[in-house]
Ligand binder design. Structure first.
Ligand code: BDR
Ligand code: CA
Length: 326
């Protein structure tokens, strides 16, 4: 089909990663997206677990044919986020899903997949980066200039006008590997950034999950959506992710919204830099968004979101997934 957006999803499932993946899979079913590969990374949980989780979800939803990459080893500056996402990165419900289909031992490294696919399709593939940026940075270091061959690089990460979620300054995906983030922000001048400033407003509620469920309760994915949402709602309340509101933050889904529902986001041109050394500020993303000539800008940063409409579109597309799902 023509006009399909070709995407590589770089991900570290992670509950919100899985919700973003389900949204993308709905758009694949609707003919809007060609998911060229899913490259997993170390982040929310370790790289063998993120690989297994992504494989299970792809298998469960009938997409086991999509190539899955395994994460490369990078510097890890902080502890993982299993306390939010569960030890398996998916609310400790992985044992209720069909088995892992992809073979970890034989899988290609995520950075090699990124390099090969971008070389084979220059200017055509959009990279959705919803994990620490290790895979992208290793790809760029191995093959300088490779990230410029992506149509767009869209990153969920950073915190500009709000506190971080790892330290008072740093957001998880940036803080996990600050050197990698720095490499990616230096790789081109049009990185799209979806930071906590807007993702903190994206609270997916148990009511939304039940709306999806009741659209087609027979489908196994319907139950999965409810179970995963309920788990993440509990941990989010415990760890005060949502200021006491019932639900969990679908940070990573903002990247999908940027591509398919751009009317829900307002972006500002800016130069973004990553603090790689500060004793108190390591992992901070800093931007210069003054109204001066932006000759050295490297990014567009989302600073406002129409959360209600974004989430409404998300729920509708998840319902559509249940219409198709086997
Ligand atoms: C980001 O960190 C991870 O825990 C989430 O999956 C998301 O990608 C939010 O800071
Ligand atoms: Ca993630």
């Amino acid at each position: 089909m023509q006009n399909q957006t070709k995407i590589i999803l770089d991900t570290d499932p992670g509950g919100d990663d899985i919700f973003a993946l389900l949204w993308l899979l709905s758009l694949v079913k609707q003919g809007c997206v060609q998911l060229v590969a899913v490259t997993t990374a170390e982040g929310n949980v370790n790289k063998s677990v993120t690989f297994a989780s992504a494989s299970q979800v792809l298998n469960f939803t009938g997409f086991e044919c999509i190539e899955l990459g395994k994460g490369v080893v990078g510097n890890t500056d902080i502890e993982d986020a299993a306390y939010i996402h569960g030890a398996d990165g998916m609310g400790n419900i992985s044992q209720t899903l069909p088995d892992v289909k992809h073979d970890y031992a034989c899988a290609r490294d995520s950075d090699d997949i990124i390099i090969d696919k971008l070389n084979a399709n220059p200017g055509e593939i959009t990279l959705l980066a919803i994990a620490p940026l290790t895979n992208l940075a290793v790809a760029e270091s191995k093959s300088p200039g490779i990230l410029k061959k992506a149509k767009e690089v869209i990153v969920m990460g950073g915190a500009f006008t709000v506190p971080g979620n790892v330290t008072s300054k740093a957001e998880f995906n940036i803080a996990f590997n600050v050197e990698a983030a720095e490499v990616v922000f230096k790789s081109r001048n049009d990185i799209v950034v979806l930071p906590l400033d807007i993702t903190n407003q994206l609270i997916f509620t148990p009511e939304m999950a039940r709306k999806v469920y009741s659209h087609n309760p027979e489908k196994p994915v319907a139950k999965f959506v409810v179970q995963l949402c309920d788990f993440l709602t509990d941990t989010s309340l415990t760890y005060r992710q949502t200021e006491g509101k019932k639900g969990f933050l679908v940070h990573d889904a903002a990247t999908v919204a940027y591509l398919f529902y751009p009317e829900t986001l307002f972006l500002q041109r800016a130069r973004v830099e990553v603090e790689t050394h500060g004793k108190l500020t390591k992992g901070q993303t800093i931007f210069d968004n003054r109204h001066i000539a932006k000759t050295d800008a490297n990014a567009w940063v989302a600073l406002k979101v129409d959360a209600a409409n974004l989430l409404a579109s998300f729920v509708e597309d998840l319902k559509v997934l249940l219409t198709y799902n086997s």
